[in-house]
Design a binder for this molecule. Structure first.
Ligand SMILES: *[C@@H]1O[C@H](CO)[C@@H](O)[C@H](O)[C@H]1NC(C)=O
Ligand SMILES: *[C@@H]1O[C@H](CO)[C@@H](O)[C@H](O)[C@H]1NC(C)=O
Ligand SMILES: *[C@@H]1O[C@H](CO)[C@@H](O)[C@H](O)[C@H]1NC(C)=O
Length: 466
Protein backbone atom coordinates (compact mmCIF):
# COMPACT_ATOMS: atom_id res chain seq x y z
CA UNK A 1 0.00 0.00 0.00
CA UNK A 2 2.88 2.32 0.71
CA UNK A 3 3.58 2.37 -3.03
CA UNK A 4 0.19 3.87 -3.78
CA UNK A 5 0.26 6.25 -0.89
CA UNK A 6 2.98 8.83 -1.03
CA UNK A 7 1.66 12.25 -1.80
CA UNK A 8 3.67 14.17 -4.35
CA UNK A 9 6.87 13.08 -5.91
CA UNK A 10 8.87 16.21 -6.37
CA UNK A 11 12.33 14.97 -7.01
CA UNK A 12 14.33 17.73 -8.52
CA UNK A 13 13.57 21.13 -9.91
CA UNK A 14 13.17 20.86 -13.61
CA UNK A 15 14.19 23.32 -16.17
CA UNK A 16 11.60 23.86 -18.81
CA UNK A 17 13.01 24.88 -22.11
CA UNK A 18 10.20 27.20 -22.98
CA UNK A 19 8.85 30.44 -21.69
CA UNK A 20 5.25 30.99 -20.83
CA UNK A 21 4.80 34.69 -20.64
CA UNK A 22 2.09 35.11 -23.24
CA UNK A 23 -1.54 34.37 -22.45
CA UNK A 24 -3.24 31.09 -23.25
CA UNK A 25 -5.11 32.36 -26.29
CA UNK A 26 -1.81 33.65 -27.65
CA UNK A 27 -0.16 30.32 -27.03
CA UNK A 28 -3.05 28.55 -28.67
CA UNK A 29 -3.03 30.65 -31.81
CA UNK A 30 -1.39 28.97 -34.75
CA UNK A 31 -1.65 25.67 -32.97
CA UNK A 32 -5.33 25.08 -33.27
CA UNK A 33 -6.27 22.13 -35.40
CA UNK A 34 -7.91 22.95 -38.64
CA UNK A 35 -9.79 20.78 -41.00
CA UNK A 36 -7.48 20.81 -43.98
CA UNK A 37 -6.22 17.39 -42.96
CA UNK A 38 -9.52 15.77 -43.73
CA UNK A 39 -9.40 16.38 -47.43
CA UNK A 40 -5.84 15.13 -47.62
CA UNK A 41 -6.30 11.87 -45.83
CA UNK A 42 -8.40 8.77 -46.12
CA UNK A 43 -10.05 6.29 -43.85
CA UNK A 44 -9.92 3.15 -45.97
CA UNK A 45 -7.04 0.72 -45.94
CA UNK A 46 -5.57 -1.28 -48.78
CA UNK A 47 -7.61 -4.21 -47.47
CA UNK A 48 -10.81 -2.16 -47.62
CA UNK A 49 -11.18 -2.10 -43.86
CA UNK A 50 -12.54 0.89 -41.98
CA UNK A 51 -10.85 2.38 -38.93
CA UNK A 52 -12.92 2.86 -35.81
CA UNK A 53 -12.14 4.48 -32.50
CA UNK A 54 -13.84 4.38 -29.12
CA UNK A 55 -12.52 7.05 -26.75
CA UNK A 56 -13.56 6.94 -23.11
CA UNK A 57 -12.87 9.40 -20.29
CA UNK A 58 -14.30 7.73 -17.21
CA UNK A 59 -14.36 10.62 -14.72
CA UNK A 60 -16.06 13.91 -14.08
CA UNK A 61 -15.24 17.00 -12.01
CA UNK A 62 -12.68 19.73 -12.63
CA UNK A 63 -10.24 17.94 -10.32
CA UNK A 64 -10.14 15.27 -13.05
CA UNK A 65 -9.63 17.75 -15.93
CA UNK A 66 -6.83 15.66 -17.37
CA UNK A 67 -8.83 12.56 -18.37
CA UNK A 68 -11.16 14.48 -20.66
CA UNK A 69 -8.20 16.49 -21.95
CA UNK A 70 -6.45 13.23 -22.91
CA UNK A 71 -9.57 11.97 -24.70
CA UNK A 72 -10.12 15.21 -26.61
CA UNK A 73 -6.48 15.16 -27.67
CA UNK A 74 -6.89 11.58 -28.91
CA UNK A 75 -9.92 12.67 -30.93
CA UNK A 76 -7.86 15.38 -32.65
CA UNK A 77 -5.25 12.79 -33.62
CA UNK A 78 -7.90 10.47 -35.09
CA UNK A 79 -9.43 13.36 -36.95
CA UNK A 80 -6.11 14.50 -38.32
CA UNK A 81 -5.53 10.89 -39.39
CA UNK A 82 -8.67 11.04 -41.47
CA UNK A 83 -11.13 9.00 -39.41
CA UNK A 84 -14.66 10.24 -39.87
CA UNK A 85 -16.84 11.36 -36.97
CA UNK A 86 -19.24 8.52 -37.78
CA UNK A 87 -16.40 6.12 -36.91
CA UNK A 88 -15.21 7.86 -33.74
CA UNK A 89 -17.33 7.30 -30.65
CA UNK A 90 -16.58 9.57 -27.70
CA UNK A 91 -17.56 8.98 -24.11
CA UNK A 92 -16.88 12.01 -21.93
CA UNK A 93 -18.82 13.66 -19.15
CA UNK A 94 -18.28 17.05 -20.81
CA UNK A 95 -18.28 19.15 -17.66
CA UNK A 96 -14.78 20.62 -18.10
CA UNK A 97 -14.84 23.01 -21.07
CA UNK A 98 -17.54 25.19 -19.54
CA UNK A 99 -16.90 24.45 -15.88
CA UNK A 100 -17.06 27.52 -13.64
CA UNK A 101 -13.49 26.67 -12.65
CA UNK A 102 -12.18 26.75 -16.21
CA UNK A 103 -10.16 29.98 -16.61
CA UNK A 104 -10.65 29.82 -20.39
CA UNK A 105 -14.25 28.80 -21.14
CA UNK A 106 -14.57 26.51 -24.13
CA UNK A 107 -10.88 25.67 -24.06
CA UNK A 108 -9.32 22.36 -22.98
CA UNK A 109 -5.56 21.95 -23.19
CA UNK A 110 -3.54 18.77 -22.64
CA UNK A 111 -0.13 20.33 -22.01
CA UNK A 112 1.20 23.60 -20.61
CA UNK A 113 1.72 25.29 -23.94
CA UNK A 114 -0.98 23.38 -25.69
CA UNK A 115 -3.50 23.90 -28.41
CA UNK A 116 -7.19 23.79 -27.69
CA UNK A 117 -8.23 20.14 -28.11
CA UNK A 118 -11.93 20.66 -27.41
CA UNK A 119 -13.29 21.96 -30.75
CA UNK A 120 -15.45 19.55 -32.78
CA UNK A 121 -15.25 16.66 -30.28
CA UNK A 122 -18.48 14.69 -30.82
CA UNK A 123 -20.78 14.53 -27.80
CA UNK A 124 -21.88 10.96 -28.21
CA UNK A 125 -22.24 9.79 -24.63
CA UNK A 126 -22.01 12.61 -22.12
CA UNK A 127 -23.24 13.15 -18.56
CA UNK A 128 -25.61 10.47 -17.32
CA UNK A 129 -25.28 8.58 -20.62
CA UNK A 130 -21.66 7.73 -19.88
CA UNK A 131 -22.17 4.27 -18.39
CA UNK A 132 -20.51 0.86 -18.46
CA UNK A 133 -23.68 -0.54 -20.07
CA UNK A 134 -23.38 1.91 -22.96
CA UNK A 135 -19.65 1.29 -23.36
CA UNK A 136 -20.31 -2.44 -23.74
CA UNK A 137 -23.29 -1.94 -26.04
CA UNK A 138 -21.27 0.42 -28.26
CA UNK A 139 -18.37 -2.03 -28.57
CA UNK A 140 -20.71 -4.91 -29.38
CA UNK A 141 -22.67 -2.79 -31.85
CA UNK A 142 -25.84 -3.61 -29.91
CA UNK A 143 -28.12 -0.68 -30.66
CA UNK A 144 -31.00 -2.05 -28.58
CA UNK A 145 -28.96 -2.09 -25.39
CA UNK A 146 -28.04 1.61 -25.67
CA UNK A 147 -29.72 4.03 -23.30
CA UNK A 148 -29.49 7.69 -24.30
CA UNK A 149 -26.65 9.35 -26.10
CA UNK A 150 -26.15 9.72 -29.84
CA UNK A 151 -26.82 6.04 -30.51
CA UNK A 152 -23.54 5.77 -32.43
CA UNK A 153 -22.16 2.22 -32.21
CA UNK A 154 -19.14 0.25 -33.41
CA UNK A 155 -20.89 -0.97 -36.49
CA UNK A 156 -17.75 -2.67 -37.73
CA UNK A 157 -17.13 -5.41 -40.27
CA UNK A 158 -14.67 -8.31 -40.55
CA UNK A 159 -11.93 -6.26 -42.26
CA UNK A 160 -12.05 -3.33 -39.86
CA UNK A 161 -9.52 -2.06 -37.37
CA UNK A 162 -10.59 -0.85 -33.97
CA UNK A 163 -8.78 1.40 -31.51
CA UNK A 164 -10.08 1.73 -27.96
CA UNK A 165 -8.59 4.24 -25.55
CA UNK A 166 -9.67 4.66 -21.94
CA UNK A 167 -8.36 7.23 -19.45
CA UNK A 168 -9.48 7.56 -15.85
CA UNK A 169 -9.10 6.21 -12.36
CA UNK A 170 -8.97 2.49 -12.08
CA UNK A 171 -8.31 0.02 -9.32
CA UNK A 172 -7.53 -3.68 -9.09
CA UNK A 173 -10.05 -5.39 -11.38
CA UNK A 174 -12.04 -2.28 -12.27
CA UNK A 175 -12.15 0.79 -14.49
CA UNK A 176 -14.08 3.73 -13.08
CA UNK A 177 -17.16 5.41 -14.46
CA UNK A 178 -18.30 8.88 -13.35
CA UNK A 179 -19.82 9.47 -9.93
CA UNK A 180 -21.77 6.57 -8.49
CA UNK A 181 -22.10 4.74 -11.80
CA UNK A 182 -21.11 1.07 -11.48
CA UNK A 183 -17.55 0.61 -12.76
CA UNK A 184 -16.40 -1.60 -15.62
CA UNK A 185 -15.32 -4.95 -14.15
CA UNK A 186 -12.36 -6.59 -15.86
CA UNK A 187 -14.12 -9.92 -16.27
CA UNK A 188 -17.10 -8.28 -17.97
CA UNK A 189 -14.89 -6.20 -20.25
CA UNK A 190 -12.90 -9.26 -21.35
CA UNK A 191 -16.23 -11.05 -21.87
CA UNK A 192 -17.33 -8.26 -24.22
CA UNK A 193 -14.06 -8.52 -26.16
CA UNK A 194 -14.50 -12.28 -26.54
CA UNK A 195 -18.04 -11.78 -27.77
CA UNK A 196 -16.91 -9.10 -30.23
CA UNK A 197 -14.28 -11.51 -31.52
CA UNK A 198 -16.80 -14.31 -31.88
CA UNK A 199 -19.05 -12.00 -33.91
CA UNK A 200 -16.22 -11.62 -36.47
CA UNK A 201 -16.68 -7.88 -36.69
CA UNK A 202 -13.08 -6.74 -36.71
CA UNK A 203 -9.75 -7.80 -38.10
CA UNK A 204 -7.52 -6.36 -35.42
CA UNK A 205 -7.98 -4.25 -32.34
CA UNK A 206 -5.66 -2.10 -30.25
CA UNK A 207 -6.52 -1.00 -26.72
CA UNK A 208 -4.64 1.64 -24.71
CA UNK A 209 -5.57 2.01 -21.04
CA UNK A 210 -4.53 4.73 -18.61
CA UNK A 211 -5.60 3.88 -15.06
CA UNK A 212 -4.18 2.81 -11.73
CA UNK A 213 -3.55 -0.93 -11.64
CA UNK A 214 -4.58 -1.08 -15.31
CA UNK A 215 -2.56 -4.27 -15.82
CA UNK A 216 -5.06 -6.06 -13.56
CA UNK A 217 -7.76 -5.65 -16.22
CA UNK A 218 -5.89 -7.95 -18.61
CA UNK A 219 -3.31 -9.95 -16.67
CA UNK A 220 -4.33 -13.60 -16.65
CA UNK A 221 -7.61 -12.67 -18.31
CA UNK A 222 -7.07 -11.60 -21.92
CA UNK A 223 -6.45 -14.54 -24.29
CA UNK A 224 -3.69 -14.09 -26.87
CA UNK A 225 -5.82 -15.31 -29.77
CA UNK A 226 -8.39 -12.55 -30.09
CA UNK A 227 -6.34 -10.35 -32.47
CA UNK A 228 -6.20 -7.73 -29.75
CA UNK A 229 -3.06 -5.90 -28.69
CA UNK A 230 -3.14 -3.96 -25.42
CA UNK A 231 -0.84 -1.62 -23.58
CA UNK A 232 -1.56 -0.32 -20.10
CA UNK A 233 -0.09 2.56 -18.11
CA UNK A 234 0.81 0.39 -15.14
CA UNK A 235 1.37 -3.09 -13.80
CA UNK A 236 -1.51 -4.86 -12.03
CA UNK A 237 -0.34 -3.50 -8.68
CA UNK A 238 0.83 0.04 -9.26
CA UNK A 239 -0.59 3.50 -9.65
CA UNK A 240 -0.63 5.43 -12.88
CA UNK A 241 0.37 9.08 -12.84
CA UNK A 242 -1.02 12.49 -13.59
CA UNK A 243 1.31 15.08 -15.10
CA UNK A 244 1.49 18.80 -15.93
CA UNK A 245 0.07 19.34 -12.47
CA UNK A 246 -0.55 22.22 -10.13
CA UNK A 247 2.46 24.34 -9.48
CA UNK A 248 4.83 22.26 -11.57
CA UNK A 249 7.23 24.55 -13.44
CA UNK A 250 5.79 25.49 -16.81
CA UNK A 251 2.12 25.05 -15.91
CA UNK A 252 0.38 28.45 -16.18
CA UNK A 253 -0.77 29.66 -12.73
CA UNK A 254 -4.43 29.72 -13.72
CA UNK A 255 -4.14 25.93 -14.04
CA UNK A 256 -2.45 25.48 -10.68
CA UNK A 257 -5.55 23.74 -9.29
CA UNK A 258 -5.52 20.72 -11.57
CA UNK A 259 -3.44 18.47 -13.84
CA UNK A 260 -3.56 18.85 -17.62
CA UNK A 261 -2.68 15.32 -18.62
CA UNK A 262 -1.70 11.82 -17.58
CA UNK A 263 1.81 10.60 -18.08
CA UNK A 264 1.25 7.41 -20.11
CA UNK A 265 -1.45 9.18 -22.10
CA UNK A 266 0.46 12.29 -23.06
CA UNK A 267 3.41 10.07 -23.90
CA UNK A 268 1.53 8.22 -26.65
CA UNK A 269 -0.49 11.25 -27.68
CA UNK A 270 2.50 13.56 -28.08
CA UNK A 271 4.42 10.77 -29.80
CA UNK A 272 1.53 10.39 -32.25
CA UNK A 273 1.51 14.15 -32.86
CA UNK A 274 5.18 14.03 -33.68
CA UNK A 275 5.83 10.85 -35.64
CA UNK A 276 4.78 9.91 -39.12
CA UNK A 277 2.30 7.09 -38.42
CA UNK A 278 3.28 5.36 -41.65
CA UNK A 279 6.80 5.01 -40.34
CA UNK A 280 6.32 4.23 -36.66
CA UNK A 281 5.01 0.90 -35.40
CA UNK A 282 2.96 0.25 -32.27
CA UNK A 283 6.00 -1.49 -30.88
CA UNK A 284 8.16 1.58 -31.37
CA UNK A 285 5.52 3.71 -29.73
CA UNK A 286 5.32 1.28 -26.83
CA UNK A 287 9.07 1.69 -26.30
CA UNK A 288 8.83 5.50 -26.36
CA UNK A 289 5.90 5.55 -23.96
CA UNK A 290 7.49 3.02 -21.63
CA UNK A 291 10.63 5.11 -21.44
CA UNK A 292 8.90 8.41 -20.81
CA UNK A 293 6.74 6.84 -18.09
CA UNK A 294 9.55 4.79 -16.58
CA UNK A 295 10.28 6.88 -13.50
CA UNK A 296 6.72 6.47 -12.30
CA UNK A 297 5.01 3.30 -13.58
CA UNK A 298 5.78 0.32 -15.78
CA UNK A 299 3.93 0.24 -19.08
CA UNK A 300 2.73 -3.29 -19.91
CA UNK A 301 1.66 -5.20 -23.03
CA UNK A 302 -1.02 -7.89 -23.20
CA UNK A 303 -2.82 -9.99 -25.78
CA UNK A 304 -1.46 -10.60 -29.26
CA UNK A 305 1.91 -8.86 -29.08
CA UNK A 306 2.65 -9.82 -32.72
CA UNK A 307 0.24 -7.08 -33.77
CA UNK A 308 2.66 -4.51 -32.41
CA UNK A 309 4.54 -4.62 -35.70
CA UNK A 310 1.57 -2.83 -37.28
CA UNK A 311 2.12 0.79 -38.15
CA UNK A 312 0.29 3.43 -36.12
CA UNK A 313 -1.46 4.53 -39.29
CA UNK A 314 -3.53 1.35 -39.33
CA UNK A 315 -5.36 2.59 -36.23
CA UNK A 316 -4.78 6.32 -35.98
CA UNK A 317 -4.92 7.02 -39.69
CA UNK A 318 -2.41 9.34 -41.31
CA UNK A 319 -2.31 12.73 -42.81
CA UNK A 320 -0.61 12.88 -46.16
CA UNK A 321 0.71 16.24 -45.18
CA UNK A 322 3.79 14.71 -43.60
CA UNK A 323 5.03 18.16 -42.70
CA UNK A 324 2.52 18.05 -39.88
CA UNK A 325 4.71 15.48 -38.13
CA UNK A 326 7.90 16.62 -36.48
CA UNK A 327 9.97 13.52 -35.94
CA UNK A 328 13.04 15.73 -35.95
CA UNK A 329 12.22 16.91 -32.44
CA UNK A 330 14.20 15.27 -29.67
CA UNK A 331 12.46 12.66 -27.54
CA UNK A 332 11.15 14.19 -24.30
CA UNK A 333 12.86 13.02 -21.14
CA UNK A 334 10.99 11.12 -18.46
CA UNK A 335 9.60 13.83 -16.17
CA UNK A 336 10.94 14.14 -12.64
CA UNK A 337 7.58 15.22 -11.36
CA UNK A 338 4.26 13.41 -11.47
CA UNK A 339 1.36 12.83 -9.13
CA UNK A 340 -0.35 9.56 -8.32
CA UNK A 341 -3.82 9.43 -9.85
CA UNK A 342 -5.50 9.07 -6.48
CA UNK A 343 -3.69 12.05 -4.98
CA UNK A 344 -4.21 14.44 -7.88
CA UNK A 345 -7.66 15.63 -6.80
CA UNK A 346 -6.23 16.95 -3.53
CA UNK A 347 -4.40 19.57 -5.60
CA UNK A 348 -7.78 20.95 -6.58
CA UNK A 349 -9.38 20.87 -3.14
CA UNK A 350 -6.32 22.43 -1.47
CA UNK A 351 -5.96 25.15 -4.07
CA UNK A 352 -9.64 26.07 -3.74
CA UNK A 353 -8.99 26.77 -0.06
CA UNK A 354 -5.88 28.79 -0.88
CA UNK A 355 -7.65 30.87 -3.51
CA UNK A 356 -10.58 31.84 -1.28
CA UNK A 357 -10.03 35.03 0.74
CA UNK A 358 -9.11 34.46 4.39
CA UNK A 359 -12.17 34.43 6.62
CA UNK A 360 -14.64 34.39 3.71
CA UNK A 361 -17.67 32.13 3.44
CA UNK A 362 -16.07 30.67 0.34
CA UNK A 363 -13.00 29.74 2.36
CA UNK A 364 -15.06 28.00 5.01
CA UNK A 365 -16.91 26.01 2.35
CA UNK A 366 -13.72 25.07 0.52
CA UNK A 367 -12.10 23.99 3.78
CA UNK A 368 -15.16 21.93 4.63
CA UNK A 369 -15.00 20.16 1.29
CA UNK A 370 -11.29 19.41 1.72
CA UNK A 371 -11.91 18.10 5.23
CA UNK A 372 -14.68 15.84 3.95
CA UNK A 373 -12.45 14.41 1.24
CA UNK A 374 -9.71 13.68 3.76
CA UNK A 375 -12.00 12.21 6.38
CA UNK A 376 -13.70 9.96 3.81
CA UNK A 377 -10.24 8.59 2.98
CA UNK A 378 -9.47 7.96 6.62
CA UNK A 379 -12.79 6.26 7.11
CA UNK A 380 -12.13 3.84 4.24
CA UNK A 381 -8.53 3.21 5.36
CA UNK A 382 -9.61 2.41 8.88
CA UNK A 383 -12.70 0.39 8.12
CA UNK A 384 -11.07 -1.87 5.53
CA UNK A 385 -8.09 -2.46 7.80
CA UNK A 386 -10.37 -3.33 10.66
CA UNK A 387 -12.44 -5.70 8.53
CA UNK A 388 -9.26 -7.51 7.45
CA UNK A 389 -8.13 -7.83 11.06
CA UNK A 390 -11.42 -9.30 12.17
CA UNK A 391 -11.40 -11.75 9.27
CA UNK A 392 -7.78 -12.89 9.51
CA UNK A 393 -6.47 -11.70 12.86
CA UNK A 394 -4.32 -8.75 13.89
CA UNK A 395 -1.13 -10.30 12.59
CA UNK A 396 -2.23 -11.71 9.22
CA UNK A 397 -5.06 -9.26 8.47
CA UNK A 398 -2.96 -6.36 7.10
CA UNK A 399 -1.20 -8.53 4.51
CA UNK A 400 -4.54 -9.26 2.82
CA UNK A 401 -4.72 -5.62 1.78
CA UNK A 402 -1.63 -5.77 -0.39
CA UNK A 403 -0.88 -9.40 -1.19
CA UNK A 404 -0.43 -9.99 -4.90
CA UNK A 405 -1.04 -13.10 -6.94
CA UNK A 406 1.77 -14.37 -9.16
CA UNK A 407 2.07 -12.77 -12.60
CA UNK A 408 -0.34 -14.23 -15.13
CA UNK A 409 -2.92 -15.17 -12.51
CA UNK A 410 -6.09 -13.10 -12.51
CA UNK A 411 -6.82 -10.85 -9.55
CA UNK A 412 -9.65 -13.08 -8.40
CA UNK A 413 -11.16 -16.41 -9.42
CA UNK A 414 -14.74 -15.77 -8.42
CA UNK A 415 -15.80 -12.43 -9.92
CA UNK A 416 -19.33 -12.70 -8.55
CA UNK A 417 -17.85 -12.95 -5.08
CA UNK A 418 -15.64 -9.94 -5.85
CA UNK A 419 -18.59 -7.82 -6.96
CA UNK A 420 -20.57 -8.92 -3.93
CA UNK A 421 -17.72 -7.88 -1.62
CA UNK A 422 -17.60 -4.37 -3.10
CA UNK A 423 -21.40 -4.11 -2.92
CA UNK A 424 -21.53 -5.38 0.65
CA UNK A 425 -18.82 -3.06 1.87
CA UNK A 426 -20.47 -0.05 0.24
CA UNK A 427 -23.88 -0.92 1.63
CA UNK A 428 -22.59 -0.96 5.19
CA UNK A 429 -19.68 1.47 5.09
CA UNK A 430 -20.61 3.93 2.32
CA UNK A 431 -19.23 4.49 -1.19
CA UNK A 432 -15.57 3.64 -1.69
CA UNK A 433 -15.22 6.58 -4.09
CA UNK A 434 -12.14 7.03 -6.20
CA UNK A 435 -9.57 6.80 -3.43
CA UNK A 436 -11.21 3.90 -1.59
CA UNK A 437 -11.37 1.76 -4.71
CA UNK A 438 -7.72 0.94 -4.17
CA UNK A 439 -9.00 -1.59 -1.64
CA UNK A 440 -10.66 -3.71 -4.27
CA UNK A 441 -7.49 -5.82 -4.11
CA UNK A 442 -8.29 -6.57 -0.48
CA UNK A 443 -11.81 -7.65 -1.42
CA UNK A 444 -10.39 -9.88 -4.16
CA UNK A 445 -8.03 -11.42 -1.62
CA UNK A 446 -10.91 -12.05 0.78
CA UNK A 447 -12.68 -14.00 -1.97
CA UNK A 448 -9.51 -15.90 -2.87
CA UNK A 449 -9.21 -16.87 0.80
CA UNK A 450 -12.72 -18.31 0.76
CA UNK A 451 -14.58 -15.57 2.64
CA UNK A 452 -18.26 -15.54 1.72
CA UNK A 453 -20.59 -12.62 1.23
CA UNK A 454 -22.56 -13.28 4.42
CA UNK A 455 -19.43 -13.24 6.54
CA UNK A 456 -18.36 -9.98 4.88
CA UNK A 457 -21.80 -8.55 5.58
CA UNK A 458 -21.58 -9.48 9.22
CA UNK A 459 -18.11 -7.99 9.67
CA UNK A 460 -18.79 -4.82 7.63
CA UNK A 461 -21.84 -4.24 9.73
CA UNK A 462 -19.89 -4.78 12.92
CA UNK A 463 -17.16 -2.31 11.85
CA UNK A 464 -19.25 0.38 10.22
CA UNK A 465 -22.38 0.40 12.34
CA UNK A 466 -20.44 1.99 15.17
C1 LIG B 1 -28.63 11.49 -22.70
O1 LIG B 1 -29.18 11.05 -23.90
C2 LIG B 1 -30.47 11.56 -24.19
C3 LIG B 1 -30.97 10.89 -25.44
O2 LIG B 1 -30.08 11.07 -26.51
C4 LIG B 1 -30.41 13.08 -24.32
O3 LIG B 1 -31.71 13.59 -24.53
C5 LIG B 1 -29.84 13.65 -23.03
O4 LIG B 1 -29.70 15.03 -23.16
C6 LIG B 1 -28.51 13.01 -22.72
N1 LIG B 1 -28.03 13.47 -21.43
C7 LIG B 1 -26.88 14.14 -21.29
C8 LIG B 1 -26.56 14.59 -19.92
O5 LIG B 1 -26.15 14.37 -22.22
C1 LIG C 1 -2.77 29.80 -8.34
O1 LIG C 1 -3.29 30.63 -9.36
C2 LIG C 1 -4.18 31.62 -8.88
C3 LIG C 1 -4.80 32.28 -10.09
O2 LIG C 1 -3.89 32.48 -11.12
C4 LIG C 1 -3.43 32.56 -7.95
O3 LIG C 1 -4.29 33.55 -7.45
C5 LIG C 1 -2.85 31.76 -6.82
O4 LIG C 1 -2.06 32.57 -5.99
C6 LIG C 1 -2.00 30.61 -7.33
N1 LIG C 1 -1.65 29.79 -6.21
C7 LIG C 1 -0.41 29.44 -5.94
C8 LIG C 1 -0.23 28.62 -4.70
O5 LIG C 1 0.53 29.79 -6.62
C1 LIG D 1 11.31 20.06 -37.62
O1 LIG D 1 10.87 20.12 -38.95
C2 LIG D 1 9.84 21.06 -39.19
C3 LIG D 1 9.34 20.91 -40.62
O2 LIG D 1 10.36 20.57 -41.48
C4 LIG D 1 10.33 22.46 -38.87
O3 LIG D 1 9.31 23.39 -39.09
C5 LIG D 1 10.77 22.48 -37.41
O4 LIG D 1 11.30 23.73 -37.10
C6 LIG D 1 11.81 21.41 -37.14
N1 LIG D 1 12.07 21.36 -35.71
C7 LIG D 1 13.28 21.21 -35.20
C8 LIG D 1 13.36 21.16 -33.73
O5 LIG D 1 14.27 21.13 -35.90
Amino acid sequence: MASCHSIIILMVTIIFAFCFTSNVEGRLRGNTFNNIYQSLSTNSNVDGGTKWAVLIAGSNGYENYRHQADICHAYQIMKKGGLKDENIIVFMYDDIAFSKYNPHPGVIINKPIGRNVYPHVPKDYTGENLTATNVFAVILGDKNAIKGGSGKILNSGPNDHIFIYYADHGAPGILGMPGDEPPIYAKDFIGVLKKKHASKTYKTMVIYVEACESGSIFSGLLPKNLNIYVTTASKPDESSYATYCGREPGVPTEYNNTCLGDLYSISWLEDSDRKDPNKETLKQQYAVVKKRTSRMSHVQQYGDVHLSTDYLALYLGSSEQTKTYFANQTEPNPPLFAVEQREADLIFFKEMVRRAPEGSKKRIEAQKRLDEVISQRKHVDQSVQEIAKILFGDIHGPSYLTINRPAGKPLVDDWDCFKAMVRTYERHCGPLQTYGKKYTRAFANFCNAGIHEDRMMQVSNQVCAK
